[in-house]
Write a protein of this length. Structure first.
Length: 310
């Protein structure tokens, strides 16, 4: 803001002006004006100098392109990534999360995906059967996902400063904007930063804890096929879940053979299922026979949904 020069009272003298005194008066005015001008210029230079925090390049939330970490082709039931960041975080009275999961080494073959009372199933963050991250417990323990609240977004970490513990849970990093150490308020198996090598969270909520770590979105490999994940068929979502307060999801076999194996290292039996709610998973033989069965790898069926108030 430019400085405004104060108006001064006219110079009054009791002597009769002469030519010399008139010249002196003009010279005085010139000197005063020059001094005032110097003061004005000096002030403007100070006002125009940037503050320290303005000299640091700020990252806008709009500059970050968000993405779900899955090659799930069923876009009709997947939540929009920007919706998960903006709407879900800013309107908790309208949106909540629901989670359900089944493990291949357990005895359970069914689960219930259930919203709180007054909410219905609206869209899915993930619905993968295979090597997929996330735990339903994190809906309670990791409401901020990687550990940074939405009000702190966006966080961008310095390269090679991200610390994840032995369980792949995010701990801390150095903020690239302020150079200060950022410590997670809560921890989870942070998919963007600890599993997929990004320098920032995606959603600042529990959706950051879920994702397919072998997806091409995560690995950066070309193509759009994940060799270790199957996906819940769209027909199951449409007919059994969408718009309902809850839905039951049951794994079963619709192929002639039942595939299972004994994992010597972890001492448990893995059983692989080919269908959910009677609808076959696409690509079952490719993933199970080609990738999972030869190494007796575990497969988790994990579903994370956004619930909407009605």
């Amino acid at each position: 803001m430019a400085a405004v020069a104060k108006e001064t009272a006219p110079l009054v003298t009791k002597t009769v002006p002469t030519q010399n005194s008139t010249l002196r008066g003009k010279n005085l005015c010139v000197i005063v004006c020059l001094i005032a001008g110097c003061i004005l210029i000096s002030y403007q230079m100070i006002a125009a100098a940037p503050k320290l925090n303005e000299m640091v390049e700020q990252v806008s939330s709009d500059e970050i392109e968000r993405v779900l970490f899955t090659n799930n082709p069923n876009e009709a039931y997947l939540c929009d990534a920007d919706f998960l960041f903006e709407d879900v975080n800013t309107d908790p009275d309208t949106y909540q999360f629901a989670c359900a999961m089944i493990s291949s080494f357990g005895t359970e073959t069914s689960t219930v995906l259930e919203c709180p009372d007054g909410y219905v199933l609206d869209c899915l963050v993930g619905a993968s059967y295979g090597r997929t991250a996330g735990s339903c417990e994190e809906l309670v323990t990791s409401t901020d996902g990687c550990g940074f609240a939405y009000s702190e977004a966006p966080i961008v970490c310095e390269a090679d400063s991200i610390v994840c513990d032995s369980a792949a849970e995010f701990e801390e990093c150095v903020d690239s904007q302020t150079q200060s150490l950022l410590t997670a308020d809560s921890a989870c198996d942070c998919v963007p930063m600890c599993a997929c090598d990004l320098d920032h969270p995606q959603f600042y909520n529990v959706a950051d804890c879920f994702g397919d770590t072998t997806s091409t979105i995560c690995s950066g490999k070309p193509g759009d096929w994940d060799p270790q994940n199957l996906y819940m068929p769209y027909a199951v979502w449409l007919n059994d879940c969408e718009g309902k307060q809850q839905c039951e999801l049951s794994l079963s076999n619709v192929v002639s053979n039942v595939y299972s194996c004994w994992n010597e290292e972890f001492q448990f039996e893995n059983v692989y299922y080919s269908a959910v709610n009677g609808v076959a998973f696409g690509g079952f033989h490719q993933v199970v026979l080609g990738q999972m069965l030869p190494t007796c790898a575990y497969m988790d069926f994990k579903v994370l949904s956004v619930c909407k108030a009605v």
